[in-house]
Design a protein around this ligand. Structure first.
Ligand code: PBG
Length: 324
C-alpha cells in the first residue's frame, strides 16, 4: 500500500500537527439570563447548569468566565409579566432594570464584550418578535420603530454589539442609521441573518417565559427546508451594514454556516441554541453519551463548518475543560 492515512494518526503529536481546526476560548460568547433584584439564582429546569441570575450573581459569573478566557457575553433579561405590553415599551425605558444593569456591567468590566438582543418577545404580551395586529399578523414596518428605540436604548448603556434577532425586513439598515444619527457609529451589529423557525428554542422560551401566546414565528423566521434563501438574507444584511452574520441554530444548520462562510467575507457566528444544549445535557445525565466529549465535538463541528464566533451555553464549561 502506497497510501496509508493512518500514519498521520499514529501519535498525539502528529495528530496535533495535522489538526485542521482548533477551538479557542476567544471564539466563545456566553449567553446570560438576567433577573431583576438581588441575590437571586434560579436554575432553568430545561437547561441543567444554566441559571437566571440577578446582577450581583451575574457580575461574579462574568468575572469567572473572564478568568477562563471567555470575554464575550449576550445578556437576555427575564421580564416579569407585569411589565409586558403589546408595544414592548419597557424594552426602551431608560430606567428599566436591564438597561441599568447593562450600564453597570459595562462600567465594571469595560474590557468585556457585551451583546444585547433586539426583538420584542421577552417584553411583549404577545410573545412575538414584532407588533401583532388584531388579525394576529406580525407587522413589519411598525415593528422597526420599536426595535430601533430598543437598540438605541441598549447602545446608550455602552454595550458593544447589538443583536437584532427579530427577523423583520430592513431592520439592520434601520438600526444602523439610527445608531449613526445618534453618535453610536462604533456600536456593532451582529445580524441574526439566517434564523430558522426552530423547535430548538424551546428551553430558551422557558427561561424567559417568552413563548408566543398564539401562532408561530413562521412568517418571519426561516423555513428549515431552505438553504438558498439564506443567501438572500445574508446579502441584505451585508448591504445594510451588519458587522457579523449569524446562523441559528447551529448543529442542524452546519450547511448554512458553510454556505455563508464560502460566500461572504464578514465573520460568521453560529448560535448553538438552548435546545441543542439541553439535548446533550439530558443524554449525558442519563449516561448515554460522554457529555464533555460530545460538547467539544459539537463545538468543533461549528468551527469546522466555518463559524468563527460561537454563541453557546457551554462556553464556560468548555473553557474550563480547555484550561485543564
Ligand atoms: C428572541 C430570541 C430567541 C432566541 C434568541 N433570541 C427566541 C426566539 O426567537 O423564539 C433563542 C435562543 C436559544 O434558543 O438559545 N427572538
Amino acid at each position: 500500500m502506497l497510501r496509508r492515512p493512518r500514519r498521520n494518526r499514529k501519535s498525539p503529536v502528529i495528530r496535533g500537527m495535522i489538526e485542521e481546526t482548533r477551538l479557542s476560548t476567544k471564539d466563545f460568547m456566553q449567553p446570560l439570563f438576567l433577573l431583576e433584584g438581588k441575590n437571586k439564582k434560579v436554575e432553568v429546569d430545561s437547561m441543567p447548569g444554566i441559571y437566571r441570575l440577578s446582577l450581583d450573581h451575574m457580575k461574579r459569573e462574568i468575572e469567572e468566565c473572564m478568568n477562563l478566557g471567555v470575554k464575550a457575553f449576550d445578556v437576555f433579561p427575564v421580564v416579569d409579566a407585569k411589565y409586558k405590553d403589546k408595544e414592548a415599551s419597557q424594552s426602551y425605558e431608560p430606567d428599566f432594570f436591564y438597561l441599568k444593569a447593562l450600564e453597570e456591567i459595562k462600567n465594571e468590566f469595560p474590557e468585556a464584550c457585551i451583546m444585547t438582543d433586539v426583538a420584542m418577545d421577552p417584553y411583549s404580551t404577545d410573545g412575538h418578535d414584532g407588533v401583532v395586529d388584531e388579525d394576529g399578523e406580525i407587522l413589519n414596518d411598525e415593528s422597526l420603530e420599536i426595535l430601533g428605540s430598543m437598540a438605541l436604548a441598549q447602545a446608550e448603556t455602552g454595550i458593544d454589539i447589538i443583536g437584532p434577532s427579530d427577523m423583520m425586513d430592513g431592520r439592520v439598515e434601520y438600526i444602523r442609521d439610527l445608531l449613526d444619527d445618534n453618535g453610536f457609529e462604533h456600536t456593532s451589529i451582529m445580524a441574526y441573518t439566517a434564523k430558522y423557525a426552530s423547535a430548538f428554542y424551546g428551553p430558551f422560551r422557558d427561561a424567559l417565559d417568552s413563548a408566543p401566546k398564539s401562532g408561530d414565528k413562521k412568517t418571519y423566521q426561516m423555513d428549515p427546508a431552505n438553504l438558498r434563501e439564506a443567501m438572500i438574507e445574508a446579502e441584505l444584511d451585508e448591504e445594510e451594514g451588519a458587522d457579523f452574520l449569524m446562523v441559528k441554530p447551529a448543529l442542524a444548520y452546519l450547511d448554512v454556516i458553510k454556505l455563508l462562510r464560502d460566500n461572504f467575507d464578514l465573520p460568521i457566528a453560529a448560535y448553538n441554541v438552548s435546545g441543542e444544549y439541553s439535548m446533550l445535557k439530558a443524554a449525558a445525565q442519563k449516561g448515554w453519551i460522554d457529555g464533555d466529549q460530545a460538547m467539544m465535538e459539537s463545538l468543533l463541528s461549528m468551527k469546522r463548518a466555518g463559524a468563527k464566533i460561537i454563541l453557546t451555553y457551554f462556553a464556560k464549561e468548555a473553557a474550563s475543560l480547555m484550561n485543564k
